[in-house]
Design a binder for this molecule. Structure first.
Ligand code: UDX
Length: 429
């Protein structure tokens, strides 16, 4: 099947490469011509395990190409996925101007039936507006369908999520659209939920907000654990054994970051309000998330006495492991606050250094965890990269001015660390 994917960002690029892998003919479009030039030279702008190999293989086999020419892509394809960004506005609402402008361009270029699929995360009722925009801008008397097919990819495991999804959600208004989308994904044999467009749109926002709520709930429980002397890790284990709750997304820490959870939570609060529902529960989820970063800074302060002129080794900068994504990473607020309090920062991240260099001023970027620890007053763990779990802690201890680790992700066993002579501060235990 011939597919155009508009927006060669995270979602567009991963989906494009995976659809090509399934045997479809895919053309990825982006209005950033320098990005398209780089992609045509097979330079991948993001780090995602397995993506580079997938792009190269499908490009070599002629199933995946890149262009800045949206009209050409629309003319050449039956299905057009909209995967452009929906960044947050000042008030938390999703900015949908990119979606509208793409819908207009699609309308102008359509010369026969097309199926236009929303892939970007959009508030409920966007499908209605996309349909209206195409209707009033189309140049020829052609028919078309709009569908919603939200993505549930997690950075760091996006290809696996695409190829072995828990579910594929399709919101459609016609049998024809349903059949086309079913055929697109047919090879995966994954469970499919076919519904109306509005419900499909809502499933995405509600799912991400629910995940955010799960994390904030555990972060609140972690605070109670600290006050009572209970251990959040055991609490999570016990809760997670209940099949109705499940163990995943019960990890307390310094709060969720990344481009999806915080943004989708804000957008869901805001669209609910617009529709007439005050989603106070989600406002509290957001508040708890913000407070976790402040709590972490407090722990650092309590452990170092004064922050001023102390050197702090920061391990992990990306918002989570296995990605180089720095968007809404807790490391940003944490480092900026420590710097404003007068600390010197030595940082290491296995993948995100390049992107972090654009964000931070006055940070010494190190080539490994040991270099970061050298001469520092403490180590703080901000992202739970697997390699940090395997560090030679005896070596680390010798490099530090004092054996102090403040762990925002609970990656070590407190008894083991204390046995090695560390002062170890973690979350909720
Ligand atoms: C998320 C959704 O999971 C995915 O379905 C959607 O398509 C995009 O948004 P992603 O942003 O890649 O994916 O990251 P995810 O793995 O969900 O983690 C989000 C944040 O929550 C991270 O900052 C992570 O550190 C934090 N987190 C996750 C916790 O603090 N505790 C947990 O138990 C799980």
């Amino acid at each position: 099947m011939k597919i155009a994917i508009i927006g060669a960002g995270y979602v567009g690029l991963v989906s494009g490469a995976c659809f090509a892998e399934l045997g479809h003919q895919v053309i990825c479009v982006d209005n950033d011509s320098s990005k398209i030039k780089a992609l045509n030279k097979l330079h991948i702008p993001i780090y995602e395990p397995g993506l580079e190999e997938l792009v190269k293989r499908n490009h070599r086999h002629g199933r995946l190409s890149f262009t800045a020419d949206i009209a050409r892509a629309v003319k050449d394809s039956l299905v057009i996925f909209i995967a452009v960004g929906t960044p947050p506005k000042e008030n938390g609402e999703a900015d949908l101007t990119g979606i509208e402008s793409v819908a207009r361009s699609i309308a102008r270029a359509m010369d026969s039936y097309r199926l236009i699929v929303e892939k970007s995360t959009v508030p409920v009722e966007t499908g209605k507006w996309v349909k209206h925009t195409i209707e009033i801008n189309k140049k020829k008397k052609v028919t078309f369908d709009v569908a919603s097919n939200p993505e549930f990819l997690r950075e760091g495991q996006a290809i696996k999520n695409f190829m072995q999804p828990d579910r594929i959600v399709i919101g459609v208004e016609s049998k024809k659209a349903e059949e086309i989308v079913r055929e697109l994904y047919g090879a995966l044999g994954a469970p499919m939920l076919v519904t109306d467009i509005k419900s499909a749109e809502l499933i995405k926002h509600a799912s991400n907000s629910f995940l955010a709520m799960k994390i904030s709930f555990m972060n609140a429980v972690a605070s109670v654990c600290e006050l009572s002397g209970a251990d959040i890790e055991r609490v999570a284990e016990g809760m997670g054994m209940d099949k109705r709750i499940g163990r995943s997304f019960l990890n307390a820490g310094i709060g969720f970051g990344g481009f999806c959870l915080p943004k989708d939570l804000d957008a869901f609060i805001s669209i609910s309000e617009k529709l007439g529902y005050n989603f106070n529960l989600l406002k509290e989820v957001k508040k708890i998330n913000e407070s976790k970063k402040q709590d972490f800074i407090k722990k650092i302060e309590n452990s170092l006495w004064n922050i001023k002129e102390k050197t702090i080794a920061v391990l992990g900068l990306a918002f989570k492991p296995d990605t180089d994504d720095m968007r809404f990473a807790p490391s940003i607020d944490i480092i900026e606050k420590l710097q404003s309090d007068g600390a010197k920062i030595r940082a290491f991240d296995p993948q995100a250094t390049q992107k972090a260099k654009v964000i931070f001023r006055g940070v010494k970027f190190c080539s490994d965890a040991y270099e970061a620890a050298k001469g520092s007053d403490c180590v703080i763990i901000v992202t739970e990269w697997s390699e940090f779990k395997e560090l030679n802690l005896k070596k680390l201890k010798k490099l530090l001015k004092q054996p102090l680790i403040i762990d925002g992700r609970n990656i070590y066993d407190p008894h083991k660390l204390e046995g090695l002579g560390f002062k170890y501060v973690s979350i909720g235990r």
